[in-house]
Design a binder for this molecule. Structure first.
Ligand code: CP3
Length: 344
């Protein structure tokens, strides 16, 4: 059977005349229709756990822009919540969780088999989306990677340098590794259920991979990505996986080969020319326009978009930002980016 969806064709290694496009955080606060649905839901977490409304916000950017992929609306911190951590969001500040600093904190967590009770509404969102998305649009599921999720679970909030997680790793490695292992197992179960519900691709967000250096990068970014990817592909043969070891720098080189992911998502700290020569040689890449162009727009947006398309034109490429779009972005700049990618 011929693979029709452009995102799946790029993930299978095909070089397309025009790269397919989607955008991290494409359902988000820069869109007035998102803000309206979020207000209707009450707050962000209520929106995540309401399948009808979560599906609605996932579909909004597809209706407005016709992106080639939709990404499930949820959050990487729902898994720790499903494992028993308390989770809440402080307006204007970000997520807060109960912390893990001792074996006693860890012992309170539940096992991987207990997560679905909390996460069932997310799988329902996936089922609704598979029914309602246009047939040419690919549905991407996702999870956070163990290291990134562990940095929030250990500290109880976002941290600038992931200090508390690095400290636990140094001071109590068995406990740190127990957290990593529980998250690795939970992530496999969570993504497996998303795939069974209809996700056609899964993306692994390792937003803080860049703070792991040397051997730590191998052990806590590469190895979990390899384990999760190989188990998912064993259970769901052919499922494409996108890895996003953000700010990995040189760590991007060989990442696809070492982990088995089908595509490496690039942040904007690497130049597209360097990434074409050093990363795209191994397969599909995704990225990597600076999200600030969605705020500033203009000729710089057009020039930079064209340069990225040009640099990656000789291999498989999915156009995206280097990180999520921000709430202060102008929806018209998103249209300008799409028109530039599609019409040159
Ligand atoms: O890309 C998508 O649109 C899919 C949905 C998605 C969200 N978060 C929705 C969201 C995805 C893939 C994420 C990933 C995520 N969540 C990451 C990794 C990716 C990254 O951005 O580096 C992280 C670290 C989180 C944790 C998280 N969630 C933080 C730190 C915050 C607060 C920061 C902020 O932007 O306010 C969130 C909230 C969040 N997750 C929002 C959205 C749309 C904003 C919520 C709102 O409406 O107020």
């Amino acid at each position: 059977m011929t693979q029709q969806k452009t995102i799946l064709r790029a993930l299978a290694g095909e070089t397309l005349p025009t790269p397919p496009i989607w955008m991290m955080r494409q359902a988000g606060r820069y869109l007035p229709e998102y803000r309206a649905t979020r207000a209707q839901a009450g707050d962000f977490l209520k929106l995540c756990y309401n399948p009808e409304l979560a599906a609605e916000v996932t579909l909004q950017p597809i209706r407005r822009y016709g992106f080639d992929a939709a990404i499930l609306f949820a959050d990487i911190l729902l898994l720790p919540q499903a494992l028993g951590a308390d989770l809440w969001f402080v307006t204007g500040e970000g997520p807060r969780l109960s912390t893990i600093t001792s074996q006693a904190d860890f012992d309170k967590l539940s096992g991987k088999e207990d997560i679905h009770e909390t996460l069932n509404p997310i799988y329902e969102t996936v089922r609704i989306l598979r029914r309602e998305l246009p047939e040419e649009t690919t549905l991407i599921g996702f999870a956070g990677m163990p290291w990134t999720v562990a940095t929030y679970m250990i500290a109880g909030q976002g941290t600038k340098d992931q200090g508390p997680a690095h400290a636990l790793k140094a001071e109590n490695r068995p406990l740190f590794e127990a957290v990593m292992d529980r998250l690795t197992e939970g992530t496999i179960e969570y993504l497996s259920k998303q795939i069974e519900a209809g996700a056609e691709v899964v993306k692994l967000f390792d937003s803080w991979a860049g703070s792991l250096k040397g051997e730590d990068f191998q052990k806590y970014a590469v190895e979990p990505a390899r384990v999760i990817t190989s188990e998912l592909k064993k259970r769901h043969p052919g499922i494409p996986v996108i890895g996003f070891p953000r700010e990995a720098g040189e760590g991007y080189v060989g990442f696809a080969k070492a982990t088995g992911v089908d595509c490496v998502a690039l942040d904007n700290s690497v130049s597209p020319e360097w990434a074409a020569a050093n990363v795209q040689v191994d397969g599909c890449v995704q990225g990597n326009l600076k999200s600030s162009h969605m705020v500033t727009g203009g000729q710089a947006l057009v020039d930079e978009t064209r340069a990225i398309v040009e640099a990656f034109k000789n291999g498989p490429h999915i156009f995206n930002l280097g990180h999520g779009i921000t709430p202060d972005a102008d929806p018209e700049n998103v249209q300008l980016m799409i028109d530039t990618v599609r019409n040159g």
